[in-house]
Design a protein. Structure first.
Length: 169
């Protein structure tokens, strides 16, 4: 097993801790998501920044990392495109759903702090729009990363999405 050899372990040592390749994949993805995504989620709790500013920072950082950080981009692509094919579908979807619930809670809380949303827009609809945009960015990173916004377009794209949800003064 290549993984065992690269880690300097025996195959038996790896399987002592992980019952299968799928279990190892899940463990690695879960650990990496916590490590890689925490700085992005931390933008939603930044002090001294308006709630709308924190949402803009969240999207800007996500887009920036997709475009510039190979490890982050690989993690998102493997999680979105590869892992669903490699792990048993039901548990894979449940694990992803569980992880995304945390993001959605952070986003919903921050949106609530923004005050009233656009007329007819609920917080759950706004979270849906943001998450759909994030998923679209991730799929774009997997299929044609050159199309991701770069430079000043990162900010203008993030603001266009969010200003469509939250009225600005």
């Amino acid at each position: 097993m290549v993984i065992a050899r690269r880690a300097g372990l025996t195959r038996g040592a790896v399987y002592h801790h992980f019952e299968s390749k799928e279990a190892l994949l899940r463990a690695v993805l879960n650990e990496e998501w916590v490590t890689q995504m925490q700085p992005v989620l931390d933008t939603l709790g930044a002090s001294g920044v308006s709630p709308l500013g924190r949402l803009v920072s969240f999207l800007e950082m996500y887009i920036t990392l997709l475009g510039t950080d190979e490890a982050f981009r690989d993690l998102t692509v493997v999680s979105t495109v590869v892992a669903p094919q490699a792990v048993e579908l039901t548990s894979g979807i449940e694990e992803k759903r569980s992880a995304l619930t945390g993001w959605e809670e952070h986003l919903s809380q921050t949106l609530t702090e923004c005050g009233p949303l656009r007329e007819g827009m609920s917080a759950s609809q706004a979270v849906f729009v943001i998450m759909t945009f994030v998923h679209g960015l991730t799929l774009t990173a997997a299929t044609e990363a050159a199309l991701l916004p770069r430079g000043a377009a990162i900010s203008s794209t993030s603001r266009a999405i969010l200003y469509g949800l939250v009225p600005t003064p």
